[in-house]
Ligand binder design. Structure first.
Ligand code: ATP
Ligand code: MG
Length: 431
């Protein structure tokens, strides 16, 4: 018997011509994710795509790790659902003999029955016989296996139509597949199939969820974060925002986090008594992020903005940030309720790290932010008080640091000039 994970694509099947490309990306993402977990071709793992699904061949020596692998793969965007299949090849088990010897199947169903039993739940056995050379009819086999479960396991309640637990057996010309319930995947589209975005990542709950939503729609996500102070190289990896980036990369593949201290902006603003602080800062973030987006070949910026969530998140302020730059700013959370965002954050295992206190950011944000600002006026203020805005951006970018993850593993940084050149083509690190 062999263990296999079968992956179904969901929306991918609808995508006509692009489908091949999408399947290729998904396969690459699944492979890299497995490799990051230590499961690669060199220790017997293989990921194979056939027309409407994908198989992960699990080597026998790793069969105890399947549960963990299933959970990890289920997070990868582009997967509708997946199952752990026990596979018996027709040759090895002689399932097409006139009187097939099916003890192996009884034993497996009994084992699966023991493992999956829940008090009070009902079950059903479903058999599909695609190859009629198999000598036992599907109804007869369903009855036989249901009897095994009723006799040898705690399962007592059968419910053919609306069972809580299904046991499936599928017989094809190649062999027999046995599996229980499907595991729901993340849905969406494979990362790297729709574009690249740069997310403004704060230390809060919203922006990581916004980045994830974009990854789920197939975007490569890079991140930019503004800190009050320069972060020491030794502290970079344990830094709260880096840990958020690492967790996002476990799902989204290659993720670069660019950290920039905003000390130069702070200095420029000092003593000017400007009461547009917060919006000037947001526009500053947008302008710096635009420059980084140029370098990374990102097509849009993303924020965790949410209409009306805090006093400053008015439509006027959102518009005056939008108008400060040429890149479009996408705001996937704009219309969400806070409890929906928190629920997602919890589901994604981001909640615990996001709720850690974070003092290092946004000391500058005023206690009493302006709720209605307008682009023209802010632009006039900027021209007057920051006559050399380009220089301000350049000084800020000179102090940037970068940390890169690939499916949760830290990558060595390339020298910057070189890094910029190689991002244009989709080279192997680009998941
Ligand atoms: P979040 O929960 O993401 O922190 P928030 O509700 O606290 O969002 P704000 O602090 O007003 O909202 O920030 C709005 C958006 O601006 C954030 O979602 C994020 O995209 C961006 N942002 C805020 N602070 C920073 C920062 N220090 N670095 C990068 N982006 C930031
Ligand atoms: Mg915040």
């Amino acid at each position: 018997m062999r263990h296999r994970i079968i992956i179904h694509f969901g929306e991918l099947t609808l995508k006509g011509q692009n489908r091949r490309e999408f399947v290729k990306k998904l396969r690459q993402n699944v492979r890299r994710k497995l490799q990051a977990m230590g499961y690669g071709p060199d220790n017997g793992w293989d990921v194979v795509a056939i027309h409407d699904r994908m198989f992960v061949e699990v080597p026998a020596q790793h069969s105890d790790d399947i549960e963990q692998v299933l959970q990890a793969i289920a997070e990868i965007p582009g997967i509708a659902w997946l199952t752990h299949v026990h596979w018996f090849s027709a040759k090895e088990y002689d399932i097409f003999s006139p009187q097939p010897e099916l003890d192996f199947l009884d034993q497996l169903i009994e084992k699966l029955g023991q493992e999956s039993y829940r008090d009070g739940a009902s079950f059903a056995v479903r058999v599909k016989r695609a190859d009629k050379r198999f000598a036992i009819g599907s109804k007869a086999l369903e009855q036989r296996l249901a009897t095994v479960l009723l006799k040898n396991t705690p399962w007592k309640k059968v419910n053919l139509k609306h069972a809580d637990q299904f046991f499936y057996v599928e017989i094809s010309s190649r062999g027999m597949a046995v599996f229980t319930n499907r595991i729901k995947g993340a849905g969406g589209l494979p990362v790297s199939s729709t574009g690249r975005v740069l997310t403004l990542l704060s230390g809060g709950f919203d922006s990581p969820v916004a980045a994830w939503l974009m990854a789920k729609r197939g975007c490569n996500i890079d991140l930019i974060h503004f800190t009050a102070n320069h972060v020491r190289a030794n502290d970079l990896e344990s830094y709260k925002v880096s840990r958020i980036a690492r967790r996002l990369s476990e799902i989204a593949g290659k993720v670069r986090l660019i950290m920039v201290p905003y000390t130069h902006f702070d200095l420029a603003l000092m003593d000017k008594g400007l009461d547009y602080d917060l919006m000037l800062f947001r526009r500053f973030m947008a302008k710096v992020a635009s420059r980084v987006a140029d370098e990374l070949h990102a097509q849009a910026l993303v924020t965790g903005d949410n209409l009306g969530q805090v006093a400053s998140q008015t439509l006027e302020n959102i518009v005056s940030m939008t108008k400060s730059i040429e890149y479009p700013i996408l705001r996937p959370l704009l219309t969400y309720d806070k409890d929906e965002i928190i629920a997602l954050s919890q589901k994604l295992d981001l909640f615990e790290v996001c709720k850690e206190p974070y003092k290092d950011c946004c000391a500058l944000i005023s206690n009493n932010p302006k709720t209605r600002t307008y682009h023209d006026r802010l632009q006039a203020v900027e021209e007057r008080f920051f006559p050399d805005y380009d220089e301000l951006i350049q000084q800020t970018l000179d102090e940037r640091q970068q940390i890169t993850y690939l499916f949760g593993q830290r990558q060595a940084e390339k020298p910057r000039a070189q890094a910029v050149e190689t991002t244009a083509s989709s080279e192997p690190g680009d998941a």
